[in-house]
Ligand binder design. Structure first.
Ligand SMILES: N[C@H]1[C@H](O)[C@@H](Sc2ccccc2)[C@@H]2OC[C@H]1O2
Length: 330
């Protein structure tokens, strides 16, 4: 089997992407954020206090003839950006892009933090990290990808995220029409549960490629690209008027500045992020100061290859043994 579904930016700066999924019988459609940086599948639900729901679609297990309470199981998750949610667990039929998993663990939120309440076009997350990260207790649950694996034509899913446009997630196949040339693969270290791998180096604009291993995680749920301070300062040194603002919590610059491109390596292959992806957003709607899509990872403890980087490539998440990740030019 295979599946294919849209990845729709939820706002005009691609802060996150959502994908239509269906839960239950008859199918309830929700728009969820497919997140390779976590492994919980959770949804706004009929158990979420109405004070915490602001426009989101909800899953009502009581309206599904195939829902079953996973008795005595709870979950609680805290994300890297400080947001979080917690609740109880049902199993139900779950589909993405025509690919169905019966009795998928669907984690129903009984509490969500304010940043989720404020994202009215995001109804929850589908964790696509390794199932070791799942927070359901007393028994942890499998991700949609792990449950779907046995029926997939190929043990892969792919991300084709796009700049200010709708892209796609495919399950079970690699669509040759979505990239040119070959996919370059590199090993993944699956412990503790992220898609952890290395870049082979980087270049700022037309500068020389610096060959240096940079370990980090490819995370579709993170908006920006977070790299070591030395690399980030070297980048913004090329930007007139750029400064690392304590106030805004990162590098800002005049929106009119000319930004260099940023190239990263995967083994011997090179992927160039257009300057426009790094001119991320105005710090406020009428400001002429802009916030960068490349920021320092020094406060995070880990480098994160988020959407600003991933949308510059066609990415193959391969669940083979051992797992690996592949990048193709598009
Ligand atoms: N893996 C990521 C996750 O998907 C998001 S959760 C999220 C929060 C608010 C809005 C949208 C998504 C959070 O930021 C980085 C890391 O944690």
């Amino acid at each position: 089997d295979t599946g294919s579904a849209a990845a729709v930016p939820i706002n005009e700066v691609d802060i996150a992407y959502v994908t239509p999924v269906t839960v239950g019988t008859p199918p309830q459609t929700l728009m969820l954020d497919l997140d390779t940086g976590s492994s919980d599948l959770w949804v706004f639900s009929s158990l979420t206090p109405s004070s915490q729901v602001r426009g989101q679609e909800i899953y009502s297990p009581a309206k599904s003839s195939t829902s079953k309470l996973l008795s005595g199981h709870t979950w609680s998750i805290r994300y890297g950006d400080g947001s979080g949610s917690r609740g109880t667990v049902y199993t139900d039929n779950f589909t993405i892009g025509g690919l169905e998993v019966e009795s998928q663990a669907v984690q129903t939120a009984q509490e969500v933090s304010s940043s989720f309440t404020q994202e009215q076009s995001l109804d929850g997350l589908v964790g696509l990290g390794f199932s070791t990260l799942n927070t359901v207790r007393p028994s942890s649950q499998l991700t949609f990808f792990d449950n779907a694996r046995p029926k997939l034509d190929e043990e892969v899913f792919t991300a084709d995220l796009k700049y200010h446009a709708t892209g796609s997630y495919d399950f079970g196949f690699i669509d040759r029409a979505k990239y040119t040339g070959n996919i370059t693969y590199t090993p993944v270290q699956q412990s503790p549960g992220y898609w952890t791998h290395s870049l082979s180096g980087y270049a700022v604009g037309s500068g020389a490629f610096q060959s240096t291993q940079i370990q980090g995680i490819s995370d579709t749920g993170t908006t920006l690209l977070y790299l070591p301070t030395a690399i980030v300062t070297a980048y913004y040194r090329q930007v007139q008027g750029a400064q690392n603002s304590q106030y805004y919590g990162g590098y800002v610059f005049p929106c009119s500045s000319t930004l260099p491109t940023f190239t990263f390596g995967i083994e011997g292959a090179r992927f160039t992020i257009p300057a426009s992806y790094i001119n991320y957003t105005r710090i406020s709607p009428t400001s002429s100061t802009c916030y960068g899509g490349l920021q320092s990872s020094s406060g995070l403890g880990i480098n994160i290859f988020g959407d600003v980087a991933l949308k510059a490539a066609f990415v193959v998440f391969s669940g083979t043994n051992p797992p690996r990740i592949g990048f193709g030019t598009k």
